[in-house]
Write a protein that binds this ligand. Structure first.
Ligand SMILES: *Cc1c(COP(=O)(O)O)cnc(C)c1O
Length: 462
């Protein structure tokens, strides 16, 4: 009974997989304020050109620079585990595997792209990176990456999390980043908001506006902005997860995978695990691929496929994606990383194509799944990750009913040791099931009525 599969460092993938090369219907371009496709040079004040090139690339394989591999080796390849104890507790004939991204120093999959982005910025001569963070997972991943590469890092952290979740902030400080509460008095965007609403708790939208403003107004030209999910290059950097998983499954003797499951906020850990499997599916393999989101922020299951901004302040180009509208403010559930109004364009297109099946699950079922997982497998998962676990349990129960020995793989995107207050609320019975009513979806989506509409292009094969 082998419980986990390791790979040697020299078995780590040397290339990222770009699904844009294999999509049956191509991705539609991001649009500028005038409704025309944006050109790479329009993004140049925000991102370094080497990252913009990756963002628009349709090459299937992109080499991972040796220096990035050397840093990833600090914790990669990550283990693939067989969840024997969870299987036993469920009495399922299914074989459950999970890819453990919680072993990175910041505790999630996010450093896979943070390290790559920091490295490309440094190559381009950038000295300082700005970003926003909500609950702090992305801010701490970028702080970690910048500290290893000797870059300055400035993080605008949403005020309410800054006050209520001090531990991630302390992690960022430990890695040498400058983390300040947003809105701040350091930017026009922040000052304007503070003048109108001095007691505002802040929002991700405001923090994004501040971080972009700080990058583009630096007169030295040596500051750029970084985003932790949603964009094509972020999905790309995460594909080492799925490539490693495929090698590990082969090593343990699995010839076929039936179901691949990941939680999806902006889509990056889900894409990282599933895109290498989708490549097989596009080429004829029979694999069910499930992306899981909260019922309180049902971007994929209820949000239409539209052109929308990535942020509340409408500073980003229009992206073709499933969205609840850039003005949508999700209820304050504990899975902070899944509280985002949009979904990555690449993930959205795989849903439109029928390659991926989205599913929404309520937070109580997710916490029940997380606690069962902690009491069987031992790891306390992040509240975001618990969505993937809950869907895995649903599928394992279905396998029991059907009496089938299915092979299920899910992504353990991070641990929950910095998010124990959510568990506390669950144990105290303070959590409620929250389903977004249709009536609350109206206004934020109506905001999009006058924007251009993407085409619903699909091949019809799935
Ligand atoms: C940020 C985060 C997520 C959600 O982001 P994606 O880009 O959708 O992956 C999920 N799990 C963990 C642990 C996170 O930190």
């Amino acid at each position: 009974m082998q419980t986990k599969v390791f790979l040697n460092e020299d078995e780590m993938p040397r290339q990222w997989y770009n699904i844009a090369a294999d999509l049956p219907s191509p991705l539609q371009p991001p649009l500028g304020p005038d409704g025309n496709p944006i050109t790479p040079d329009m993004l140049a004040p925000v991102f370094p050109m080497n990252i913009i090139e990756q963002e628009v690339s349709t090459e299937r394989w992109i080499d991972i620079p040796q220096e990035i591999l050397a840093i990833l080796h600090k914790w990669r390849p990550t283990p693939l585990h067989r969840a024997y104890a969870l299987e036993k507790a469920l009495g399922t004939p299914a074989k459950i595997y999970y890819k453990n991204e919680s072993v990175s120093p910041p505790g999630s999959h996010k450093p896979n792209t943070a390290v790559a982005q920091a490295w490309y910025n440094k190559q381009f001569g950038i000295k300082r990176i700005t970003t926003e963070t909500g609950a702090g997972q992305w801010g701490s991943a970028l702080a970690f990456a910048c500290s290893l590469l000797g870059l300055e890092c400035k993080v605008y952290m949403v005020r309410i999390s800054f006050d209520q979740k001090p531990f991630r902030k302390i992690m960022m400080q430990t890695w040498g980043a400058n983390c300040i509460a947003s809105p701040s008095t350091e930017t026009n965007a922040g000052r304007n908001i503070l003048e109108k609403y001095p007691d505002t708790p802040g929002s991700l939208g405001i923090a994004i506006s501040e971080a972009i403003e700080a990058a583009v107004t630096d007169k030295s030209g040596q500051t750029r902005y970084a985003l932790g999910s949603v964009l094509n290059h972020v999905m790309l950097h995460q594909t080492i997860i799925g490539q490693e998983t495929k090698k590990q499954l082969a090593k343990i003797g699995e010839k076929k995978v039936d179901i691949v499951i990941g939680c999806a906020g902006g889509g990056s850990n889900f894409a990282g695990l599933s895109f290498p499997f989708l490549s097989d599916k596009i080429n004829g393999a029979n694999i069910e691929v499930i992306a899981v989101e909260p019922t309180s922020c049902p971007t994929m299951t209820k949000g239409p496929f539209v052109y929308d901004h990535g942020d509340t302040a409408k500073m980003t180009p229009l992206l073709p994606m499933h969205s609840l509208g850039h003005d949508f403010i999700p209820p304050p559930i504990h899975a902070g990383g899944l509280r985002y109004h949009g979904m990555a364009p690449l993930v959205s297109q795989t849903i439109v194509e029928g390659l991926v099946t989205p599913r929404a699950i309520g937070q109580i079922e997710c916490y029940e799944a997380a606690v069962l997982f902690a009491r069987t497998e031992g790891i306390i998962p992040a509240p975001e990750t618990s969505h993937a676990i809950a869907a895995t349990i649903q599928e394992a129960k279905k396998a029991s009913e059907e009496g089938k020995e299915k092979v299920i793989v899910f992504g353990l995107s991070g641990h929950g040791l910095m998010d124990l207050s959510g568990y506390d609320s669950f144990f105290q019975g303070k959590l409620v099931h929250y389903e977004l009513p249709e009536s609350e979806m109206g206004s934020a989506i109506h905001e999009l009525d006058n924007l251009p509409k993407p085409k619903m292009v699909k091949s019809g094969k799935w």
